[in-house]
Design a binder for this molecule. Structure first.
Ligand SMILES: Nc1nc2c(ncn2[C@@H]2O[C@H](COP(=O)(O)OP(=O)(O)OP(=O)(O)O)[C@@H](O)[C@H]2O)c(=O)[nH]1
Ligand SMILES: [Mg+2]
Length: 410
C-alpha cells in the first residue's frame, strides 16, 4: 500500500509520504484495538429481538403520524402507500421475469437438442399437410412413414394416428392444414404421465439408477441429489459402481456439489456390500431418499445383469419398507438402441421410469414417445446439460412444443 502510494505521488516530498504512512499506522492500531474489545457476559447472553413476520399488507402499510390527521397528512400517507405498492409490484414483476428466463433457457436448449428430430419429422409433416388438398388414406400413410422414421416407433405411431383420425372425424375437419394442431394434441396425450410418477420423491425410498456405460447415470444421480436436497429431502448416495477406479471419485464430486452424503468403497469391492452399508447408513440417519449409482459395464453383460439382481435382492431384504424406484438412464442421442437397452434392463429389474439424457445434444427425440408407448414405462426426467440444474421433470406439453418449436405458450 505504501509503495503504491509513493509511486503515484512521485513529486511529493519524502516527509509527506512518511506522514501518510504514520497516519495509516495510527488508523491500523485504532482498528485492531476496536476489534479486541471484549463483550461483557451480559452483552453475550442478551438474545436478539426477533420481530414477528409481517404480512404483505403490513409491509406496505406506512406508520401513521402522531399528530391529528390533517388533509396534508392524509395526502402524504396515501402517496407513501402508492409508492410502496409500486415498489412491491415491481419487485414481484422482476421475480416473475427471472423465473420466465430460467424456463426459457431450458426450453431453448431442448428446442436446439431436438433440431435433428424436428428436421426429420416436423418438416416432413409440414410438407404433407401443405401438399395434400384433402384428408385421405394416402395422407395418413405418408404421416405414418414420417413418424416411424422419426423414431416414434410403430406402436406409438399407430396410436397417435388412430387418435388423430378420431379427432378429424369428431370435429369434421376437412382442411389438411388444420390437422397439424390435432396431431400435436394427439402426441401430447400419448405422452401424458400420471401424477403418481414422482411418488418416490416424497416417500422414504430407494432409487436404483441403471443403464449401460456412458449414458449419464452418475451425472443423473448427482443432479437428482441436488434437486431432492433443494426440496428439503435428506439424501444419501451409494457408490455401487466399484468396477471403474474413478467412478466413486466422480460420484463423490457430485455428492459435494449437491451437499449430500455418500457411502462408497474401494475399487473392486462388492457393489452389493456398498448398497448394504448405504442402507444401514440411510436407516441410522433417517434418510428420505437413498440414490444408488451402479456400474454400466462389468466383465460382460451377463455379469452386469446378475449384479443388478443381487443388489435388488439386498434392497428387498434389508429395506422392505422403502418405496422402490428403478430408473433406467438412456442416452437420447442413440435412438432405437435406447429402446433395446430399456428392454434388456426390463428383463432383470422392474423398471419404474426412464431418464433420457443428452436431450441438449443431437437428440432423437421421437424415442421418448416410442419408449413410453412400447414399454408402458414413463419418461420421468430429461437431461439437458452437464450441470446440476440440467435435469427436468418430463412434461409432455413442453416436450412436444419443443419438438414442433411451438412457442406461443411461453
Ligand atoms: N450434454 C449432456 N451431457 C451429459 C448429460 N448427462 C450426462 N452427460 C455427460 O455424459 C458423460 C457420461 O456421463 P456419466 O454420468 O459419467 O455416465 P455413466 O452412465 O455414469 O457412465 P459409466 O459410469 O461409465 O457407466 C459425461 O461427460 C457427462 O457430463 C446431459 O444431459 N447432457
Ligand atoms: Mg457412472
Amino acid at each position: 500500500m505504501f509503495w503504491n502510494r509513493k509511486k503515484k505521488t512521485d513529486e511529493e516530498s519524502v516527509e509527506n509520504t512518511k506522514d501518510i504512512a504514520f497516519d495509516d499506522e495510527i488508523k491500523d492500531v485504532a482498528e485492531s484495538e476496536a476489534t479486541e474489545y471484549e463483550m461483557t457476559e451480559f452483552e453475550k447472553t442478551e438474545p436478539e429481538k426477533t420481530e414477528p413476520e409481517k404480512t404483505e399488507f403490513e409491509k406496505i402499510e406506512p406508520e401513521m403520524p402522531d399528530v391529528e390527521n390533517t388533509d396534508d397528512d392524509i395526502e402524504n400517507v396515501s402517496e407513501s402507500i402508492e409508492d410502496k405498492i409500486e415498489k412491491t409490484l415491481n419487485a414481484n414483476l422482476d421475480e416473475v421475469q427471472e423465473k420466465a428466463e430460467v424456463k426459457k433457457g431450458f426450453f431453448t436448449r431442448l428446442v436446439e437438442g431436438l433440431t435433428k428430430t424436428r428436421n426429420n419429422i416436423v418438416s416432413g409433416i409440414d410438407s404433407i399437410f401443405n401438399g395434400y388438398s384433402s384428408i385421405d388414406d394416402e395422407l395418413y400413410e405418408d404421416l405414418e412413414e414420417i413418424l416411424i422414421m422419426g423414431d416414434i416407433g410403430i406402436k406409438a405411431t399407430e396410436e397417435i394416428l388412430e387418435s388423430l383420425q378420431a379427432k378429424v372425424k369428431e370435429r369434421r375437419i376437412k382442411d389438411p392444414a388444420e390437422c397439424k394442431s390435432l396431431l400435436i394434441e394427439s402426441i401430447k396425450e400419448q405422452m401424458k404421465i400420471e401424477d403418481t410418477a414422482y411418488r418416490f420423491e416424497n416417500e422414504k425410498s430407494v432409487v436404483l439408477v441403471v443403464g449401460v456405460n456412458g449414458v449419464g447415470k452418475t451425472t443423473t444421480v448427482g443432479k437428482l441429489a441436488g434437486k431432492l436436497k433443494s426440496q428439503g429431502r435428506k439424501v444419501v448416495l451409494a457408490a455401487a459402481d466399484t468396477f471403474r477406479a474413478a467412478a466413486t471419485e466422480q460420484l463423490k464430486e457430485w455428492s459435494n456439489r449437491a451437499g449430500v452424503e455418500m457411502i462408497g468403497a474401494n475399487e473392486g469391492a462388492d457393489p452389493g456390500a456398498v448398497v448394504f452399508d448405504a442402507i444401514q447408513a440411510a436407516k441410522a440417519r433417517n434418510t428420505d431418499v437413498l440414490l444408488c449409482d451402479t456400474a454400466g459395464r462389468l466383465h460382460n453383460k451377463k455379469n452386469l445383469m446378475e449384479e443388478l439382481k443381487k443388489i435388488n435382492k439386498i434392497i428387498d431384504r434389508e429395506f422392505p419398507d422403502a418405496y422402490r424406484e428403478t430408473l433406467v438412464v438412456l442416452d437420447g442421442t442413440t435412438g432405437q438402441n435406447a429402446l433395446s437397452q430399456a428392454k434388456q434392463f426390463a428383463e432383470v429389474t422392474d423398471i419404474t421410469g426412464i431418464v433420457l439424457t443428452k436431450m441438449d445434444g443431437t437428440a432423437k427425440g421421437g424415442i421418448a414417445v416410442a419408449i413410453q408407448s412400447e414399454m408402458g414405462i414413463p419418461v420421468k426426467y430429461i437431461g439437458v446439460g452437464e450441470t446440476i440444474d440440467d435435469l427436468q421433470k418430463f412434461d409432455s406439453d413442453t416436450f412436444v412444443n419443443a419438438l414442433f418449436d411451438v412457442r406461443e405458450e411461453m
